[in-house]
Design a protein around this ligand. Structure first.
Ligand code: DGJ
Length: 730
């Protein structure tokens, strides 16, 4: 609910559990006055203290009032060069060379439903599911208008934001920074949580106290990256899963980003999040508009669990676009770890036949089916079927798979080209490169200039030929290197600061074309695993391959970190062979199944090599996944323990919306000679319901299971895992 106090120019956004407020003050500065637990209407600006502090300048309108300074007051969208020395949200270069931005309140408007962003991903709603406030700020001298957009999704405690910058002057301006979110706090006694690490170990949780100065994470790799994720949390120092104030901030963007928090001199803090300012500079001529990517905030006064569940619900309902319109997504088998590049049609059909007999429903043909692609140094860019490997093309192969009752999926890496390819021999100028420099290779490949429409059109024509040639239900869109040598032959020297962003817009453009032309195709995002696992990609690719590390124990940490923002149904997770291809670890098949099942489930191994006992276990896993699909995909997610803490096990739980069913998964990652008698306290149950534990006659009340817990113990077996299914009895 949006509440306006027009007389006092106070704007209050209420969600179910939270309140967000801003106010235009006597000098038309837009102050941020409150964000936290829901409080009924009042003007929180009384909390803001002003004092005469030296070296904190006073705007000219303040006259001799030395108590008023932008440098200490919480700003809704911070400016630069006019007295606030903390992190700027915006930086402008005007035609006269000045680098100042001074934004003052001009007005507001209300809109029904959620705002839309042209060419950029964002949450969506009907007119009744969200409401929008637009605050208009203006830099009068620069003739620049800023529109700050806020959409409120009340039941999810979700507030989405974006900013539009409009050049209303006659002279060109250059936008050197344009954050999507600026959030000032009258405190700095908080922890910062970020999700970091590297390829094969993405989104590991890192938590530490805010310190004086600036702490930041981000990416200048042209992708949101394996190293840092565009999702962060600020929280009370003692916040945990159930208690404490937490502020989640998510950027729906798949390219360079920066998230910085500054603790300032008087122990206030500011979070700024948006496109990374490295090599970012957009020129706006008269009338031109720049739209920043969307940011999405969820505040939870009751710990991380509630914050995550609110994000999950909102993402599932208002961000993902479901090609299967609510129908269950198929269990898939992917041939990559089974064959790598070494396959032909018969080998694929053989793999599919084994899978189909076990109840697997979708066969995905990974890298290696096109051009001269027999290793990773050639073929990218030539999206024509390799007829030596697949005689008769997809027209011949796909019916053979479909005749087994399976769907067919295919892999592509549209943004890339190998020098050893027909495309490169004809269009060497289409790659990102700086004139006079030989571009760096990554995995032996170069990056196509996706900021250019002609390049995208050419790739899309090739993709359409493939996708229209057979009955294809799934596409894995891969991307296997970071961007370097970022320069576009299609732009002038002055506009090169636009290339990184235009590249991302180009990727979104092609994904949107696919979405419109092939609405029935499920696109799984991938970037050497989870290098582009972000809210932007999720709008186009409702599931993303979580990591190239398929080891069930490493996956505990990866999927745990990912779950803080992103719902389980978005995380591509496969059972693979042992010893694991990435780290050599041997885990039981059951453990691998339980870990992968809490994601978009599939297999990535040669099932023909499995023993009869293993095949029975796989069939059981597939059946179990299908039985519990709604719970696993749409259930409320509870983290019961952390793989980053000193437990012998990691446990999590999915609970149905009506609390009548719950599935608990427990994976031990170490064994002891004298194992502990552990008690697992469950969460999210109805305290008054009686639950029966599947496979036993015992009944337990929800209250008992949540308060005194359920006794679990470990078998003397490496990486032992089990699940507990609970159903409420009438
Ligand atoms: C990287 C992906 O993450 C893998 O799953 C696989 O598709 C390879 N690329 C293929 O080259």
């Amino acid at each position: 609910m949006i509440v306006l106090d027009q007389e006092n120019r106070v704007f209050t956004l209420h969600t179910l559990n939270t309140t967000y407020q801003m106010k235009a003050d006597q000098y038309n500065v837009l102050l941020h006055t409150y964000y936290g637990s829901r409080l009924e209407d009042c003007d929180f600006s009384a909390l803001i203290r002003c004092d005469d502090r030296s070296f904190t300048p006073n705007p000219s309108e303040a006259g001799n009032n030395r108590n008023y300074s932008l440098d200490v007051m919480p700003q809704e969208y911070s400016t630069c060069g006019v007295g606030d020395f903390r992190l700027p949200a915006i930086e402008l270069e005007l035609a006269n060379g000045s680098h100042t931005a001074d934004l003052r309140y001009e007005g507001f408007r209300l809109e029904k439903g959620k705002y839309t962003l042209e060419g950029l991903p964002g949450f969506y709603s009907t007119e009744d599911e969200a409401e929008t406030l637009v605050i208009i700020l203006k830099d009068i001298a620069a003739q620049v208008v800023l529109e700050l957009y806020y959409s409120v999704f009340e039941i999810y405690d979700l507030i989405t934001r974006t900013v539009r910058v409009i050049n209303q002057g006659t002279e060109e301006i250059r936008l050197c920074r344009c954050a999507s979110l600026c959030l000032d706090y009258l405190r700095s006694d908080m922890d910062l949580i970020t999700f970091n690490a590297h390829n094969l170990m993405e989104r590991c949780l890192d938590r530490g106290p805010l310190r004086s100065g600036i702490q930041s994470v981000g990416s200048v790799r042209g992708i949101s990256s394996h190293q840092h994720n565009p999702f962060v949390i600020l929280c009370d120092r003692d916040a945990n899963e159930e208690m404490g104030m937490c502020y989640g901030a998510m950027l729906l963007y798949s390219g360079n980003f920066e998230m910085a928090v500054e603790c300032s001199q008087y122990e206030n803090s500011r979070l700024v999040m948006g496109i990374h300012p490295y090599h970012f500079c957009f020129t706006l001529t008269q009338g031109q508009v720049f739209t920043a990517p969307e940011a999405a905030m969820v505040c939870s006064p009751n710990g991380f669990g509630q914050m995550s569940r609110q994000y999950h619900r909102a993402i599932r309902k208002h961000l993902l676009r479901d090609p299967y319109e609510g129908r269950r997504k198929p269990v898939l088998v992917n041939n990559w770890e089974a064959t790598y590049f070494d396959f032909n049609a018969d080998r694929l059909v053989g793999l599919a036949r084994e899978a189909s007999a076990l109840g697997i429903e979708l066969f995905v043909m990974d890298d290696g089916w096109f051009g001269s692609r027999n290793n990773d140094n050639s073929g990218l860019g030539d999206w024509q079927v390799n007829l030596e490997k697949l005689p008769g093309g997809l027209e011949a192969l796909v019916p053979r798979i479909k005749n087994m009752g399976m769907k067919f999926g295919i892999w592509m890496e549209p943004e890339m080209v190998n020098e050893d390819s027909h495309l490169y021999s004809v269009h060497p100028d289409w790659v990102l490169h700086v004139p006079g420099r030989a571009p760096s290779r990554g995995r032996g490949q170069l990056v196509l200039d996706f900021s250019r429409k002609d390049v995208r059109d050419h790739i899309y024509e090739q993709m359409k030929e493939v996708l229209s040639s057979a009955d294809i239900s799934y596409l894995k869109w891969d991307m296997n290197r970071s961007l370097t040598d970022v320069w576009s032959a299609a732009l002038t020297a002055r506009s090169q600061g636009e290339v990184y962003h235009r590249y991302v817009l180009g990727v979104y453009d092609l994904l949107e074309r696919l979405h419109c032309d092939y609405p029935h195709i499920l696109i799984e995002g991938c970037c050497g695993g989870g290098g582009r696992f972000d809210g932007g990609m999720l709008y186009y690719t409702p599931q993303i391959w979580c990591s190239d590390d398929t080891d069930a124990i490493d996956r505990l940490r990866i999927q745990y970190g990912t779950s803080f923002c992103y719902p389980a149904c978005t995380m591509g997770a496969h059972v693979s062979a042992v010893p694991n291809e990435q780290n050599g670890r041997i885990t039981p098949l059951k453990t691998r199944g339980i870990t992968a099942m809490s994601g978009a489930f599939g297999y990535e191994m040669d099932l023909g090599k499995c023993t009869a006992v293993e095949k029975m276990e796989i069939q059981r896993q597939v059946d179990s996944y299908k039985t519990h699909y709604d719970l696993l995909h749409d259930g409320d997610y509870y983290r019961l323990s952390s793989p980053f803490q000193d437990n012998a096990y990691t446990a999590w739980e999915q609970v149905s919306a009506d609390q009548r069913e719950a599935l608990v998964s427990v994976v031990y990652d170490r064994i002891g000679a004298a194992p502990l008698f552990d008690t697992l306290r469950l969460k999210g149950l109805n305290p008054t319901f009686q639950y029966r534990i599947e496979g036993t006659d015992s009944l337990h009340s929800g209250e008992e299971l949540m308060r005194s817990g359920y006794s679990i113990s470990q078998k003397q077996e490496d990486y032992f895992a089990f699940q507990i299914f609970l159903r409420a009895v009438e």
